[in-house]
Design a protein around this ligand. Structure first.
Ligand SMILES: [Zn+2]
Length: 105
C-alpha cells in the first residue's frame, strides 16, 4: 500500500470524491486520518489532513497519472507557438500574440 496524496486542507468531501474517481478506474483506495478528524484540537493540524492511499502497488503509477489529470497539474510546460499572422515566436503560456493580438488557434 502506498500513499498517493495528502490533501492540502481538511477537505473530506474532496478526498471522498477522489476515492470514487479512482474506484471507477478500478483502483481501490483508502482514506486515512479520517478517524482523527474528531480529535482536532488535540493533534497538530497537519496530522488531520486526509490522505489517500492506494491499496494495490501495481496500479499506483496509474493512480498517480489520474490524480495529476484530476488536479490539472501540467506534466510539462505548455508548448510554445508561432503566430500565424506575424510569425512572432511565443511562449506556451500566451493565449494571444503580444505583438499583433492574433489569438492562439
Ligand atoms: Zn502576431
Amino acid at each position: 500500500m502506498k500513499k498517493l496524496h495528502t490533501l492540502s486542507h481538511q477537505d473530506w468531501s474532496q478526498a471522498g470524491l477522489l476515492k470514487e474517481i479512482l474506484a471507477v478506474e478500478g483502483i481501490a483506495c483508502l482514506i486515512r486520518n479520517e478517524q482523527l478528524s474528531a480529535a482536532i484540537g488535540e493533534l497538530p493540524f497537519t496530522e488531520c489532513f486526509p490522505e489517500l492511499w492506494v491499496i494495490d502497488d501495481e496500479v499506483f503509477p496509474r493512480a498517480k497519472l489520474l490524480l495529476a489529470a484530476w488536479l490539472k497539474i501540467p506534466e510539462r510546460p505548455l508548448q510554445g507557438w508561432v503566430c500565424p499572422n506575424c510569425g512572432e515566436e511565443l511562449e506556451g503560456n500566451f493565449g494571444a500574440c503580444w505583438s499583433c493580438g492574433q489569438e492562439r488557434e
